[in-house]
Unconditional design. Structure first.
Length: 274
């Protein structure tokens, strides 16, 4: 049987995105389709899982299996899917609120578990879908209708958490560079274990000043660090709008509890039935 060669457009579904014109998430969708074409992924062997939010709409627009789940719950769903069907390429995706706020607990433990999944976080430092509430990555002095004077809260450094919790691949990228982003997504999918890509993806409606990211982002200036400690230094003290691959680890991916756990579960169920 000859292999079907697909173009990026073949990975777009028939559903037209309803994001605001100029939203950064269009660039992310384009990059995902380019990465899938580069890796020659088969839609029937690929699954994209999300929670809720503007960013989390993205599985509907991709020609692959898609699961639009509950707010904050993309990672446990993706984890279960990958453990049950290790033959699939599994990606989880969503926004900064979805992954770092309500889904923050799952984010931390997904890094620790290191199941072979690629996570794409479209970080616009705001809750876009619910009309502009501050998220864990919102700057302390950014005024919103709920906090006209800013929250005065320290933003969450999610990439630092990813590194110390054990993520095996960590990168920061920019939606305005779909070709560079596609390269990073392909690299992350190919890297064993849990990969985290934080994508600076402007919300042009509730954070119009983020349009300037196209001038401010320092593209592809980061290179993989030699140690987690060095990578931590980069994400805690380096420029926050610098992009590139920050960390490539070699932890073996977690592939499930093995047959003994299945036997233990059978015994447990027998115990309940007795
Ligand atoms: C359990 C639950 N709590 C709250 C909401 C409301 N809600 C929907 S999306 C969202 C935040 C989305 O922000 P983010 O994940 O950053 O995505 P964006 O819209 O910015 O892309 C919230 C709070 C919900 N749908 N479900
Ligand atoms: S509200 Fe913001 S994040 Fe949502 S679609 Fe519009 S620009 Fe994109
Ligand atoms: Mg957001």
């Amino acid at each position: 049987m000859t292999e079907q060669i697909r173009k990026p457009a073949d990975y777009k579904s028939a559903i037209k995105p309803i994001w605001c014109p100029g939203c950064g998430d269009y660039g992310v969708l384009s990059a995902i389709t380019k990465a899938f074409a580069k890796l020659r992924l088969e839609p029937e062997n690929t699954a994209v899982v999300s929670g809720i939010g503007c960013a989390a709409r993205i599985p509907a627009y991709i020609n692959a299996y898609g699961f639009h789940g509950l707010h904050g719950r993309a990672l446990p769903i993706a984890t279960g899917l990958k453990l049950a069907r290790p033959d699939l390429t599994v990606l989880a995706m969503g926004g900064d609120g979805d992954m770092y706020s309500i889904g923050g607990n799952h984010f931390m433990h997904a890094c620790r578990r290191n199941v072979d999944i690629t996570l794409l976080v479209m970080d616009n430092r705001i809750y876009g879908m619910t009309k502009g509430q501050p998220s864990p990555t919102t700057e302390p002095d950014f005024p919103t209708h709920l906090y006209p004077d800013g929250t005065h809260l320290q933003p969450l450094n999610a990439l630092a958490i990813a590194l110390v919790a054990g993520a095996n691949f960590v990168a920061r990228t920019f939606s305005g560079d779909p070709n560079g982003l596609a390269e990073d997504i392909a690299m992350a999918i190919n890297h064993p274990g849990f990969s985290v890509i934080e994508i600076l993806s402007p919300c042009v409606t509730f954070r119009p000043e983020q349009r300037d990211w196209k001038h401010q982002v320092q593209r592809n200036v980061l290179t993989p660090a030699a140690s987690v400690a060095e990578a931590l230094q980069v994400v805690t003290t380096g420029p926050e709008l610098a992009t590139g691959v920050i960390w490539k680890g070699d932890r073996p991916p977690y592939e499930g509890p093995g047959e003994k756990a299945g036997i233990a579960l059978d015994r447990l169920l027998e115990g309940f039935a007795a």
